[in-house]
Design a protein around this ligand. Structure first.
Ligand code: XMP
Length: 319
């Protein structure tokens, strides 16, 4: 249990004496952990920090703009914005297997990150948003071989071929402490208290083959769902919520015409640890409103369903 203002001062002192005048690289994802590291390092070492933000084309609506606005425009952090959507899409074309998709997205991230860091030859450190539970988890998975249901990839999984020293300023913090630290550093509340978002992003929320046009429809449907959850006060009552794109077509009727369009599933869960989860009992009026808005506002989607599967037997994501 830390006193945050004291903790910030102490952490900054520690970072400064560790790093000296060296340059540091950080993979900024827009998630809570890497965001807090960016804000903390910026406070400690200013322009010695360069963030690399890789837009893989699988982010949420306006996410890249928001990250750039928060860090580059508002805080004045040096951020290299790599618009790599086309590269990721090219490598994902024709691939339908979920684990294969994860591997490709993870591999391409490393590729892009490595070629960007090659442009920063003076960097001596690689900063990462490793938090205390990650430290424990990786220690225990070295002793007992974890049974892998999904190969989770995160910004953390970079190879040592970068020849950089690791800087992990959140190593001793739990998630709620990381959030408190983020608030103390002046990050926006909504960013610090955002639901988790998987590394492969919409890549595992578009079932089967990932196509740019599917990502576009999903982004808009998902944004409507999240907007209505926030407006109704249900965002804070759920642990994770999102839309899933189903690449099947259903028949519908709109005005006096027949439609034949795609289906979106809504998923909202409540959980403590994400190992097990309950589907959230969202009010029918809320679900109805979200469904109407998606079908009216997102041309190309004509049916919305709600996922009432717990974990187990389902997983939280659909892939
Ligand atoms: P599942 O679907 O396994 O998800 O019940 C549990 C939690 O993990 C997240 N998740 C991922 N996070 N890379 C990530 O960084 C991944 O490949 C991945 N797959 C699932 C999921 O969003 C949920 O919070």
């Amino acid at each position: 249990d830390w006193n945050m203002p004291d903790y910030v001062k102490e952490a900054i002192g520690r970072i400064r004496s560790e790093v000296g005048s060296d340059e540091v690289i950080l993979g900024l994802s827009g998630g809570v952990d890497s965001s807090v590291v960016a804000a903390l390092l910026h406070r400690a070492i200013g322009t010695q920090l360069t963030c690399v933000f890789v837009d893989n084309g699988l982010l949420r609506l306006n996410e890249a703009e928001q990250v750039m606005k928060t860090f580059a425009d508002n805080l004045g952090v040096k951020v290299i914005h790599v618009d790599a959507g086309a590269v990721f899409m090219k490598h994902l074309a024709g691939v339908t297997d979920p684990e294969q998709k994860r591997k490709i997205i993870g591999r391409e991230f490393v590729e892009v990150f490595q070629s960007e860091s090659a442009k920063l030859p003076n960097a001596k450190w690689l900063a990462q948003g490793t938090i205390y539970p990650d430290v424990i988890e990786s220690a225990s998975s070295k002793t007992k071989k974890a049974h892998t249901i999904k190969s989770h990839h995160n910004v953390g999984g970079l190879p040592d071929t970068l020849h950089l020293k690791l800087l992990e300023p959140l190593r001793e913090l739990f998630k709620d402490e990381v959030r408190e630290l983020g608030v103390a550093l002046g990050l926006p509340h909504d960013m610090v208290y955002r639901h988790p978002f998987p590394g492969p992003g919409l890549g595992v929320r578009i079932l089967g083959e990932v196509k740019p046009e599917f990502a576009e429809l999903l982004r808009r449907a998902d944004a409507i769902f999240i907007e209505e959850l926030r407006a109704s006060g249900w965002y804070e009552k759920t642990s994770q919520a999102f839309a899933v794109f189903l690449p099947v077509k259903a028949v519908g009727v709109m005005g006096d015409g027949r439609t034949y369009d795609y289906v979106v599933a809504l998923r909202a869960v409540q959980t403590q640890d994400f190992m097990t989860a309950h589907w959230a009992e969202l009010p029918y009026t809320l679900l109805g409103k979200v469904s109407n808005r998606i079908i009216n506002e997102v041309r190309g989607i004509n049916r919305v369903v709600y996922d009432i599967c717990g974990k187990p037997p389902g997983t939280i994501e659909w892939e």
